[in-house]
Design a protein around this ligand. Structure first.
Ligand SMILES: Cc1cc2nc3c(=O)[nH]c(=O)nc-3n(C[C@H](O)[C@H](O)[C@H](O)COP(=O)(O)OP(=O)(O)OC[C@H]3O[C@@H](n4cnc5c(N)ncnc54)[C@H](O)[C@@H]3O)c2cc1C
Length: 446
């Protein structure tokens, strides 16, 4: 055996949870995969590992906010059963195409095999499974008699609507924008989330009987009225108020807020950007705006006051932007936009790391006197977002918008997604929507 191959090692701590690597192992090193005692020489040499029998969900599933049965669908894929994998995914997740493209995949980070190798690309495997034809939607066996209004058609609202409609509730989703999908439709750029993929998931939610009323911005007063007419209302309005920079010169022509730029890029009219472009920020919005600008042929520099390791944007997005030609200026804090009538440059001050701040992150403090102007005909400011939680709470006569884990604010009134958590992720917003829907189903059936 020496020199030709190696004796398979079965690590009892980590092996045996999911069938993916075992399914591909020519040694059939795990006894539960072998039909006979030892089908191969290597299997005979390998120490046996019992199939795992535990009450605890595997690490990947425990890390998934919507508790996807990742083992089960990966095992289906390993057997070549794409339709079966999609069926398992759809048990807990109405937006598999979306998540197959943009999920932040905490499952992969949690995968036990990450101790030894790159974990399986679970998100990409989900994307593949989601390309199978959708199964026909069967009507609920014993439909729940309830009417629910959902304010906001982002992932939180869509997931809530789907969970309710699956049980037969009558659901209408309202959105201020002319398109459904929330940030999936008007913030995350098409080059990361193809609109055909989003449409497949939207059609699937609609196939459950969910109705949409788009282009309707609802006020707290509208919501109060709906509470009289419906059994429940779910607020899922997101957190899309871009934080103002408050920099001198940020009102000059050529200065954009990142989220406004992405919205116009998605819904039109498409912005026309003068090069060079400087983007300020280190999160998803900054990266997406920068990569959109690169696609317009602009020269793009991203300015961030900390180091690359501290960027909240996903590592793969940062690497992709770099490969596409984006330049970085780390440890640079913007202090003003320079120009006469229109932006001509961004004045920055060098920063140095210091002690951790109240959030535990190291503070990068600007250094006196170390200023420089980076040439910029366009400046894109992406410094974070806030929600309208306080004004919703005010308008609805609530002391705050801080629901419990199931999203309940008051009788028949629920909230979910970024509106509650602040800017988070698609799958977390979906988990909030599903939790609120389940609580409503319990409330109306009790
Ligand atoms: C540029 C960008 C890139 C991102 N990339 C990723 C990523 O790769 N992966 C990831 O997991 N997450 C990503 N996110 C975060 C993710 O998009 C959000 O966490 C998620 O969309 C929040 O979902 P939501 O349903 O709570 O709110 P939203 O998606 O914001 O949807 C809320 C909807 O409510 C509507 N609304 C608001 N007020 C009203 C009203 N008064 N009446 C009617 N409708 C109203 C809005 O028009 C909006 O369509 C990104 C975010 C941005 C901005």
């Amino acid at each position: 055996m020496e020199g030709r191959t190696h004796v398979p090692q079965v690590n009892e701590e980590v092996c045996g949870f999911c069938g993916v690597c075992r399914g591909a192992c020519p040694a059939l090193a795990s006894p539960d995969l072998a039909a006979g005692e030892s089908e191969t020489m290597r299997a005979a040499l390998a120490p046996g590992a019992p199939a795992k029998a535990t009450d605890q969900p595997p690490a990947c599933q425990a890390a998934c906010p919507i508790g996807q049965d990742i083992n089960a669908y990966l095992a289906c894929l390993a057997k070549g059963d794409q339709a079966g994998a999609l069926e398992i995914i759809l048990r807990d997740n109405p937006l598999p195409s979306v998540l197959g493209h943009v999920c932040h995949h905490p499952c992969q980070q949690a995968c036990l095999s990450g101790q030894f190798q790159s974990p399986p690309s679970i998100r990409d495997l989900k994307r593949f499974a989601a390309s199978a034809p959708r199964p026909t939607v069967e009507p609920a066996q014993e439909p729940v008699k309830a009417q629910v209004a959902v304010v906001g058609s982002g992932p939180a609202g869509l997931a809530a609507a789907w969970e309710l409609a699956k049980s037969g509730a009558t659901v209408t989703v309202y959105d201020a924008k002319p398109v459904a999908g929330g940030m999936l439709a008007w913030a995350i750029p098409e080059f990361r989330l193809p609109r055909a993929a989003l449409q497949t998931d939207l059609d699937y939610v609609k196939a459950h009987g969910v109705a949409f009323e788009l282009g309707k911005a609802l006020s707290p007063r509208d919501v109060e009225k709906m509470r009289q007419e419906c059994d429940a209302v779910v607020l899922a309005c997101g957190a899309s108020r871009a934080k103002a920079a408050g920099l001198p010169g940020d009102d000059l022509a050529g200065v954009w807020l990142g989220l406004d730029l992405l919205r116009d890029a998605a819904l039109g009219p498409a912005p026309s950007l003068a090069s060079p472009v400087v983007v300020v920020g280190g999160g998803n919005v900054a990266l997406d705006a920068a990569r959109w600008a690169l696609r317009q042929g602009a020269e793009v520099t991203l300015v961030y006051r900390r180091d690359r390791e501290q960027m909240p944007a996903y590592v793969e997005e940062v690497a992709a932007a770099e490969a596409e030609g984006m330049k970085f200026r780390f440890r640079a804090q913007p202090v003003g936009v320079e120009g006469e009538g229109a932006a001509a440059g961004l004045k920055v001050r060098a920063t140095e790391p210091g002690a951790p701040g109240p959030d535990g992150r190291v503070v990068f403090a600007p250094q006196a006197g170390a200023e420089e102007v980076i040439p910029a005909a366009t400046v894109i400011l992406a410094l974070g977002q806030d929600s309208e939680a306080a004004s919703w709470a005010d308008g609805l006569g609530l002391s705050g918008l801080e629901p419990g884990p199931e999203g309940r604010l008051a009788n028949g009134l629920y909230a979910a997604g970024d509106l509650v958590t602040g800017p988070a992720t698609v799958v977390e917003a979906m988990a909030g929507g599903i939790a609120a829907a389940r609580a409503i189903l319990e409330e109306v059936q009790s």
